[in-house]
Design a protein around this ligand. Structure first.
Ligand SMILES: O=c1ccn([C@@H]2O[C@H](COP(=O)(O)O)[C@@H](O)[C@H]2O)c(=O)[nH]1
Length: 274
């Protein structure tokens, strides 16, 4: 099953547009896991088990693993998702961008080593830098368009013949690069007006939308701007607010993550049109 088909099935099966981000930071892990050799794996797999019926995707961010030399644990976590929740898409958030020969290796890293269904990439180096990912026709290629950080405006808002650069990226992807129907775009929840602009350009193309939760994006505005006519179309991603939710009395970290994931999924669903 290709990425887009798998994503559509997960939206429906779990009635959810929530993507659970996995950004393990040793300093924030429960004390009992911090010093274990596989503590990150235990932390992430417990979050995965606690939220798998609430999520349309899981999104590990590769930097959090690379910084700790924990690539082996990332491999284990990716395998865990594939084996236990094969119906939930696995998105490797890597934001790669390089010349074709090097991109070929990055694509193998994402799709062979980690077995991801989709990977995030940076379009700044142009079409030939994305071709090695696009050649994996059954996998998703999720291209940065209007990122959630304030500094994204430095380049993404640049006027290119009357069109802001992020809109030009959206149009390029929709009209030219999405030959295999495998592309999606990253658009931050912190910019709902731009989210609406991108939705108008790309039709029903899926959007990965980080920026709710810890970054403060407004869920109602996000859903209103980014959903498709059938109330789908988005992977609305939250990492820290879910995985580091503060436990209430009697809860452990995974129970707290589940509680916040339910609240977030329900808040999203409350604003979907169908
Ligand atoms: O524009 C972007 C693109 C990617 N991200 C990534 O999403 C998560 C957000 O984490 P939160 O804890 O929910 O803020 C993180 O992995 C980023 O690298 C983004 O934030 N904005």
């Amino acid at each position: 099953m290709n990425f887009i088909t798998k994503l559509s099935a997960a939206w429906t099966a779990n009635n959810s547009l929530l993507c659970v981000g996995l950004d393990p930071d040793l300093a924030k892990l429960p004390a009992e896991l911090r010093d274990l050799p596989d503590g990150i794996t235990t932390f992430c797999t417990r979050i995965i088990d606690a939220t798998a019926d609430l999520a349309c995707a899981f999104k590990p961010q590769i930097a959090y693993f690379g910084a700790l030399g924990a690539e082996k644990q990332l491999e284990d976590i990716c395998r865990y998702v594939r084996e236990n929740y094969p119906h939930i898409p696995l998105i490797l958030d890597a934001k790669r961008g390089d010349i074709g020969a090097t991109a070929t290796q990055y694509a193998r890293e994402a799709f062979e080593r980690y077995g991801a269904d989709a990977v995030t990439v940076n379009p700044y180096m142009g079409e030939d830098s994305l071709d090695p990912y696009l050649a994996w026709a059954d996998r998703g290629v999720i291209i940065l368009c209007r990122t959630s950080n304030p500094g994204g405006s430095d380049l993404q808002f640049l006027d290119t013949d009357g069109v802001p650069l992020y809109q030009r990226v959206a149009r390029l992807v929709a009209d030219k690069w999405n030959k295999n129907g495998q592309c999606a775009l990253v658009v931050g929840a912190t910019f709902p007006e731009e989210l609406a602009q991108v939705r108008a350009i790309v039709g029903d193309m899926p959007l990965l939308v980080p920026g709710i939760g810890a970054q403060g994006g407004d869920i109602a505005a996000t859903v209103g701007a980014g959903q498709t006519a059938n109330g789908m179309g988005m992977m609305i991603s939250s990492s820290r607010a879910i995985i580091y939710a503060t436990p209430q009395a009697g809860e452990d970290f995974a129970d707290a993550a589940r509680r916040v994931a339910i609240e977030t999924r329900d808040a999203i669903n409350a604003h979907r049109s169908v």
